[in-house]
Design a protein around this ligand. Structure first.
Ligand SMILES: [Zn+2]
Length: 422
């Protein structure tokens, strides 16, 4: 019983400590190669570095680019090591400065009114479910995000390590951890210290609702389409002017209307124009292409090329298309290494959780790492409504995430551990 109480209090305390550290990342700085993009991330890293050392991890260090690494040595298990991963930055979409977390103990329903935000279980099915189970909910005060994305994941990993450290009777292989900066900017794996990493597989703890298990994400490309026109005096333009702005506008309005982010969900891919700029002489449209299948992505790329060509011919100008790969669906590499996901599924089941396989309509550090040859599925954190003032986390679901992690680390001989939330 003592352990059960300890894990709850220490997990909560740890999570509250982390969310109060302002570690929002800055995509402009990250895009220009500055890593970490903000100094708050260094503060998070130094707190974590000290904690990992106190929990018996070895070779603990924060790299020049703010990755915190450590390894908990094996204590009798002959299995090969695994790595756990979470990110220390929060999204810049909503401020993460002066987060003032509110605890709603044994939440049983009703609107949660915050200043500047409102959580309504009638509009939020996950919240309504949490109310039914009388879970303890944590929110911000409505003026900031909460930062459960991904400080819930970080806190859960550290709590798992603490549990293993204080229960040496539980046999586990070596456990490596990496806490990475700048995930939200898309640069989270740019400087990952692969030279330190011994594990052949890893697990990110960066998902949402309890039970979610992610082994699939989008294939992602960015397309930049440049239209070239011909500028003349507007008074004498007839027959000579070719307007690159009109070309760009025609291109965007002819993209399939049913394949936009705002008109798709589930397994559907999309074309998302993200910027349009230019003059009569030259204009540029940038768009994101997303598709779960590799074939589908090839079709999207050729749709962009054909449409750009058709528009340029119609207007009598020119078009150039450049596709840049952003990340790939991790499914293919995970399918080649089925044991990685199987180990995780067994850990969910040992914790009494039926996994729900949700395809990620985006990418994670895990998808980038999978591409680099280290298969890396994603585990739920118990956080919800990420990147918003309505972000909340369930302490009960966070405890279950720790339970999954402990089972995952102990592997084959799953110990019978069930943490009681009460
Ligand atoms: Zn995240």
């Amino acid at each position: 019983m003592e352990d059960k109480l300890n894990i709850k209090n220490s997990l909560l305390e740890r999570f509250l400590k982390y969310v109060k550290i302002w570690s929002e990342s800055d995509s402009q700085k990250a895009d220009s190669g500055i890593m970490p993009s903000t100094s708050g991330q260094n503060e998070m890293a130094s707190v974590l570095c000290a904690e990992l050392k106190s929990l018996g991890l070895e070779n603990v260090q924060t790299t020049e680019h703010c990755y915190t690494y450590g390894i908990l040595p094996a204590n009798g298990s002959a299995e090969s090591s695994i790595c756990l991963l979470a990110h220390i930055d929060t999204s810049e979409e909503v401020s993460g400065k002066n987060v003032n977390p509110k605890i709603h103990k044994n939440y049983s329903g009703g609107k949660i009114i915050l200043c500047g935000a409102e959580l309504d279980p009638q509009k939020d099915s996950a919240l309504s479910l949490a109310a039914k189970n009388v879970e303890t909910i944590i929110t911000g005060d409505g003026t900031t995000l909460l930062g459960a994305d991904d400080k819930a994941g970080v806190a859960e990993i550290v709590s798992c390590l603490e549990y293993l450290f204080s229960h040496s009777e539980l046999k586990h292989p070596a456990i490596e951890v990496i806490f990475s900066p700048d995930e939200e900017t898309g640069h989270g794996m740019d400087k990952v210290p692969l030279e330190l990493l011994k594990s052949k597989c890893a697990y990110t703890v960066d998902g949402g609702h309890i039970g979610e298990l992610e082994t699939e994400c989008f294939n992602a490309f960015r397309s930049d389409v440049v239209f070239k026109g011909n500028a003349t005096h507007t008074g004498t333009a007839r027959g000579t002017m070719v307007n690159a702005i009109s070309m760009a506008s025609s291109f965007v309005s002819n993209l399939p209307a049913g394949e936009r982010p705002e008109t798709t969900d589930g397994r559907q891919g999309f074309f998302a124009p993200i910027s349009i700029e230019g003059s009569i002489e030259e204009s540029k449209v940038s768009l994101l292409l997303r598709d779960f299948s590799a074939d589908g992505m090839e079709k999207r790329k050729s749709t962009v090329e054909l449409l750009a060509k058709a528009v340029s011919e119609l207007f009598g100008g020119k078009a150039e298309v450049l596709h840049t790969q952003q990340y790939l669906n991790m499914k293919e590499n995970l399918d080649k290494n089925p044991k990685v996901a199987e180990r995780l599924i067994s850990a969910y089941k040992a914790s009494g959780i039926e996994p729900v396989f949700t395809p990620i309509r985006g990418g994670t550090d895990g998808s980038r790492l999978t591409e680099m040859g280290i298969p890396c599925p994603n585990i739920f954190t118990g956080g919800h409504n990420f990147h918003s003032r309505n972000e909340w986390a369930s302490l009960d679901q966070m405890i279950k995430a720790v339970e999954v992690l402990v089972h995952l680390c102990c592997g084959e001989d799953f110990p019978q551990i069930i943490f009681c939330p009460n």
